[in-house]
Every structure is written in C-alpha cells, then in structure tokens.
Design a protein around this ligand. Sequence first.
Ligand code: G4P
Length: 522
Amino acid sequence: MSIKDEVSKRKTFAIISHPDAGKTTLTEKLLLFGNLIRSAGTVKGKKSGKFATSDWMEIEKQRGISVTSSVMNVPYKGYQVNILDTPGHEDFSEDTYRTLTAVDSVVMIIDATKGIEAQTLKLFKVCKMRGIPIFTFINKLDREGREPLELLEEIEEVLDIETYPMNWPVGMGKRFLGIFDRYNEQFVKFNGNEEETYIPYSELDNPEHAELVNSATYQETSDELELLDEAGDQYSMESILKGEQTPVFFGSALAPFGVQTFFDTFVQMAPNPTPRKATSGIINPENEEFSGFIFKIQANMNPAHRDRVAFLRVCSGKFERGMNVTLARTGKAFKLSQTQQFVASSRDTVEEAYPGDIIGIYDPGSYRIGDTLLESKENYEYDELPQFPPELFKRVTAKNVMKAKQFKKGIEQLVQEGAIQLFRGHPMESYIIGAVGQLQYDVFEYRMKNEYNVEVMLESIGERIPRWLKKEQVDTSMFDERNMLVKDRDDEFLVLFKNDFALRWFMDKHPKVELIDLFEVN
Ligand code: G4P
C-alpha cells in the first residue's frame, strides 16, 4: 500500500473529559467493537481491583513509577485508529496538554448530568487555540440529566464554539426512548439493552411504530427537532475542520447506546493526518521521507532498567525499524532499532509505522520534548511545542547540602526533558518548580532520588500568576514574597504574583512597568 493509502486510513485522536465522565467506558466500547477485547467489563472495574486496558497509569503507579498518558492503536472497520489518553485528577500534568499537539482531532466527553467541568475546559482551551477539530459525545443519557438544549447552550457560551447536534435524544433516564439520528436520517430505538433498532425516517409512519410515535415524549421532541432544523446552526464540515463548530452526539457509553453510530460517523468525518508546519515550510504526510517529533518522554517504564521511552508522532513518510535518522536539533545520527507500538494492553515491537501513528523509541538520554527526527537530507524542525501555564509552584532544595552538584545536574536534566518548569529566584538564587499537576512533583522527587541520588524538599508557594517583564524595567526593590521576581530558562525576568489582588496592586503602584502574559492558553 502506498503512503497515501496508509495516511487515508489513519485517525489519531485524544479523548478529553473530566474524570468520571465516561472516558474509560467509551474507550472500552471502541476496543470491543474493534474486536480487541471479548467482553465489556473485562478491562473495567476500579473497585474490583482490575484495571481498564487504557489505565496503564494505575499499573505503573503501583510499581512506583507513575508517569503520563498512554497510547492505543485499534483497527476499526478498515481504519487504523490511534487513541491518545489524557489522564486526569492527580495524574494531570504538562504531558496531558502536550499530547494534544500530537493528534489530528479530539473527542470531548461531557456528562449530561453535570455539563462542562473544570478539566474539560482546560483541555478544550488548548484544542481551540490549536484549531483542533472537536467531536462532542454527551454521555449518560440513561440517567436523568440536564436538558439537551441547555447543554448545547452551555457549550456554545462557555466554550465559545458553534454546536451541531448530529442526533437528538428523545427523553432521558427512565423516559429515554432513543435518538433521532439526523445525520443518517433514522430513528435509533433504545430497547433497554445493548440491542438498538434502526428505523429510517421514511418508515416511522408504519403502524408497527405507532406506540413510539404517538407517545408524548416523542411528540414533544419532534417539535423541538423541527425548531432546531429551522433555527439551529447549519452543519459545516469546513467549520468543523477548523475547530469552529463541534458535531454533538448524545448517547450512553455504559448501555451502550448511540456509541456504534458515534464511532462509525466519527471515523468517517475525523480528519486524516494533515500537513504540518516546519522551519522549512509545510511538510506533507505523503512525503516519501520519514519525519516525526517527540511529544513526550517517559522515564523508567521498567523499574529493572533505567531506560526511557520517547513518544514520537510520525508526521511524514514511512518508519521502518532499524532505519537511520537525524536528530534535527544536533545533526547527530541515530539508528531506530528498539521501537514499540502500543496495541491495547501490550507493547509490541513495531516494524513499520505511518503518518499519524505513535511509536515509542528507546531514548539513550539524547532526546528532548519537541525534538524532530528525520530521514531527510534537508534539515528542518517541526514547530516548537508550546509551554503551558503552570498552576502550582514549589520551592525546592536538596535535603543534604553536600549534594548540590547532583541536585543541579538532576534539575537541569529534568527541565531539559520537559518534565518540569524551572524558575530561578533573583537576585538571591533559589529554585522554584512550576507544574501543571501534582504528578509532576511526584515524578520529579522519585527521579531525583533514583537517578541522581538526591533527596529533595518541596515547599509550596501556592498558586501564582506569572507575568513577564522587560529587563530594563526591573528594579529589585519592587518585589517581595507576594510578587516574586524570578528568571525563566531563557534568563528572561518574570514575576510570580500571589493572586489577582497582588497583580492589580502592583499595576497600580508601577503603572509604567509593562507586564506580559506569555502563555497563550489562559
Ligand atoms: P472516566 O474514565 O472518564 O473517569 O470514567 P469511567 O468510564 O470510569 O466512568 C465513570 C463512572 O461513570 C463509572 O461508574 C461508569 O460505569 C459510569 N458511566 C460511564 N458511562 C456511563 C453511562 O453512559 N451511563 C451511566 N449511568 N453511567 C456511566 P462507577 O460506579 O464510578 O465505576 P465502576 O464501579 O463502574 O467502575
């Protein structure tokens, strides 16, 4: 098969949601439909002590080596579907955001009983900023939830994106009868079990469906649907691909109901790997020469070895195991022989991969997050990965002052790898570590101890608002604990404000000092 054919089969996406919205349940159903697992429930059940196949995190944590999100490769109806997990809660980290740089689209799951929740909003903002197409699945229709129209309004208002309901639910919870599948022009009847009945719109008049059609809930909803047809947003594939409109699917991951139709439609609509920007111009996925970039580095997946795995997104050409590539940043050559692919619960050696695929490559300690690897004679690099605003800040010191050298070395290495963000106090040098989630500190502490033999002490300085300022405007007498002056990795000055109040107070007091917000996502 040509590279072009392979590209046309690839669908690489991440699922974003707030914990408990149903990400694991929905992923499990995809594996089930893709025949990768035999029955639902075999991979699920946090309470029973079993783990979902996608929940490698948990397993890795048990082994004391918790890190970052996982990848799954699922053959589905002729497509190669690559799902990238974005873990939540205490597992949330900068990697969760970075994962979004490696996908071509996103599935956003919203719990119908709760609406938009905090983590969904954070991840959504990154998708919006990057213009990633977003497909929405509103879950848990088998429960009494919020009104569908109210949910759409909330998405439009809070997320500032147009919605187009692909289907429309008839009732909810105990009164749930099914959905009008607007896209395929059929009614999908809920039978209270996994079986779904598909009735084309043209057959709804048949007497056998009279009971359904004459029910008050059905009547009410079809009036609502008429209104929607007339007054709602128009379906626009162009807007969807730009991330300006989101197709919305209602369903229940658990039942499962509406899930099959959702996946079938999603794989048809979701974009294939698209051309990407690089320093030399736009790189087409169909280019013959292999290229890709590293969006995540995972350390110590196997506690017996100190090896690291770099997650690489293939962007063009064909990857073959054992091939020679160049690391664009240094011009150094590498042979990619130890490689892994992520198929459901196992990690198999990968022999070849195509644009859109994610492969794990052995990292001898040479790679950094954002690195480009290429087969090409012409050297180019993919766009630098953005830094995301840290939400937590901690001051770090070595327990044993005699270990200052290893302490510095460890921190420098982990910063380079992108595991944490470092800020250095000024003029008194101190180390402040910024992170998006607590997990990053756990990993940091663990790795400093295990890889650099340094025990560290972390002291929270609370949430902070970072604002950059110009060197010539810095006067050290303006700063104190509430508005802390620090330098970033490029030696640029910034202030970590304790809160909004401290920020405003500073702006009032020093109106001439220009404060800059460098993080695009805020
Ligand atoms: P997550 O990965 O997004 O965190 O969510 P997960 O799939 O684990 O689902 C969270 C809870 O919501 C689970 O129940 C799950 O069974 C339930 N759930 C998921 N989809 C649906 C749905 O469509 N309808 C209903 N009613 N419930 C749904 P739990 O009791 O917390 O966990 P478990 O004991 O079932 O593992």
